[in-house]
Write a protein that binds this ligand. Structure first.
Ligand SMILES: C[S@@+](CC[C@H](N)C(=O)[O-])C[C@H]1O[C@@H](n2cnc3c(N)ncnc32)[C@H](O)[C@@H]1O
Length: 272
């Protein structure tokens, strides 16, 4: 990339108010994301996606969709809801949550994906579609589906997984936030913590066994699963804002090796 093109790209990146993903859009040119999936992406239990039709559900800036493309997928569709008012806000945040977020990102949440898509020369197609509305009629069928850090933000994650099941022919890679303490204390017992309140927009956060059971209960068979790992914060993340959050970070740093949000990933296939 020539110098003027790089300057222009850096300006476009700097002009976007909120990057969720750290993405390398040209050699050494990074977006200031809240989360940096680059150190952990190779640890996910990827299926072979070469030549396959793939779907990334809840793509945000598109990190996982671009990774599918990089891994040789024939076609990649990335779905998301651009309008945060349509998210599953807990009742106590329905009034203020979307407004706060819209102020923060100036109503341009899909813009990050567009900037990245242009810079990478990507062929991924982004569609506005709630996970609940995925069906063979709306999006077709896919060999491989990827879904990351979405289920905890849904009031009805099982309905969402059943919709994913309805369009998934071969493999689902599911990477979700998990509760570390519940995972360590109950390695085999499927459990989940209910939140359902507040601006983090969190509903159910399972332990690792709970995550696997959610997939099973939606008609999948889990083939492989990772141990808990941390999704690292990117340079754009605002960081913990109170003592409790800072202490939790230090505990995670001790258990998982570095700071970030505890996740577990599983590779599954439709069994029903
Ligand atoms: C925490 S981000 C995860 C981004 C990305 N999948 C990853 O793993 O890094 C959650 C994403 O899910 C999207 N989302 C929220 N509710 C959704 C819904 N009902 N259907 C589809 N996507 C949704 C959000 O817009 C956002 O892009």
């Amino acid at each position: 990339m020539g110098a003027p093109a790089e300057v222009e790209l850096r300006e476009r990146i700097g002009g976007h108010p909120l990057w969720y993903h750290t993405l390398e859009l040209a050699p050494g040119v990074l977006t200031p994301g809240w989360f940096d999936l680059r150190p952990i992406v190779g640890r996910l239990p990827w299926p072979d996606v070469r030549g396959k039709r793939c779907l990334d559900v809840g793509t945000y800036d598109g990190f996982l969709a671009f990774e599918l493309e990089r891994r040789g997928a024939r076609e990649v569709i990335a779905t998301d809801i651009g309008d945060e008012r349509a998210w599953d806000w807990p009742p106590d945040m329905r009034g203020t949550g979307p407004t706060k977020l819209t102020e923060l990102v100036s109503g341009e949440r899909a813009r990050g994906f567009e900037i990245a898509h242009d810079a990478l020369g990507s062929s991924v197609r982004r569609l506005e579609c709630s996970v609940y509305d995925l069906s063979p009629e709306t999006v077709g069928r896919f060999d491989v589906v990827v879904c990351g850090s979405l289920l905890l933000h849904l009031r009805d994650p099982q309905r969402a997984l059943e919709a994913i099941h309805g369009v998934c022919d071969q493999a689902l890679l599911s990477a979700e936030e998990v509760r570390l303490g519940l995972s360590a204390l109950h390695p085999r017992r499927p459990l989940a913590e209910l939140n359902g309140s507040g601006e983090l927009l969190q509903w159910w956060v399972p332990n690792s066994a709970g995550h696997r059971r959610m997939l099973f209960a939606a008609g999948f068979e889990v083939l492989r699963a990772t141990r808990p790992y941390a999704v690292p914060f990117g340079v754009g993340h605002p960081g913990p804002n109170d003592l409790g959050a800072r202490l939790r970070l230090w505990r995670r740093r001790l258990v998982l090796g570095h700071a970030g949000v505890p996740h577990a990933a599983a590779l599954a296939r439709p069994r029903l």
